[in-house]
Design a protein around this ligand. Sequence first.
Ligand SMILES: Cc1ncc(COP(=O)(O)O)c(C=O)c1O
Length: 384
Amino acid sequence: MSNPFSLDSIVRPNILKLKPYVCARDDYTSGILLDANENSFGTILQNEKLLTEELNLNRYPDPNQVLIKKRLVSFRGLPSIDYFFLGVGSDEIIDLIIRIFCVPGKDKILITPPTYGMYSVCANINDVGIVNVNLDVEDGKFQLKTEEISKGLKENPTVKIIFLCSPGNPTGTILSKEDIKTILNDSCFNGIVVVDEAYIDFVEEKKEASVAKWVEQYPNLIVMQTLSKSFGLAGVRLGIGISDPKIIRLMNNTKAPYNINSLTSEIVFKALSPENIERMKTICQQIRAEQIKLMSSISHLSGIGKFLGGNDANFILVQILNKKGEKPSNEGAYSVYKNLAEKLGIVVRFRGNEFGCEGCLRITVGTSQENKTLKEKLRIALEQ
Ligand SMILES: Cc1ncc(COP(=O)(O)O)c(C=O)c1O
């Protein structure tokens, strides 16, 4: 008898249709890597030794990661460890939040393109619908259209979660706190507002852009942060969820028991010491200073258009113009992207297909030396 097994017929249909998260690193892995908004200056940890023999690696890690959460309490100024959840990067937290609040095949999330791709990927994995309400992209301002969001919520009563990103990726722009408040106060919405603050430490402190402390007033707010960017620890995979203790409890009940491994835990605990937090702040300032230098050094190159957005994170979003230099061009931007990666040893990210980002490349701010090389190679790529 022939085996009746047919893989396609037993996979969940939404998984079969899935378009996975794709990144420039799928295609290019070497050269100067300015594609993923990592911290080009390196990790903030200096000369720290991992005492693996003292880590008791034969034991499971602390399921609650109390020591790390205690450090987060003082760092982020919240009342107790009960306001914190730790995940395997923010990416695990995005998936977890969708699984907790959205019924597959029934509920939806609302996103505001152009935005971070993983919200849609996780929604698709969980068979959860997506409502798009684009940002106001005029003149690269990249702000929320609160009335349209409110309309979108009325028309789609099954929306359970709104994902906002501040500073945004790929927009590099902090959202108006008043607008976030308007959404949180929407009397028609019985759901969760997630504010993804992956890049928050790059924003000047005086702008007071974080809404993390608002979790004490708004029981439906979840703020996500990460050690992948400002702390230069993308490799250890540590994301932070900040919310009302009732929501944190749900997240803890849903996660895998020992999601944060002991090696990650040891490094993160050290990274969150008061001295290392100060180092992190200094490095963020240095990266922002390099960002200004980078923008002014490439702005005069022939073929470079406008810089879009507020430049509030560790990257820039820049238009590449058509051959005549009249308007932003996806064809031009894609060919610069390919030439940089394949002939000139620099990997950046093509973002021209994102709403409001026609002809755009997103470029992570590198070290001073990397930015000088970038300028030179970009000039060559623009001429080709
Ligand atoms: C806006 C945003 N959120 C979350 C992430 C992912 O963070 P993590 O490394 O903590 O999973 C990224 C990574 O690029 C991002 O840009």
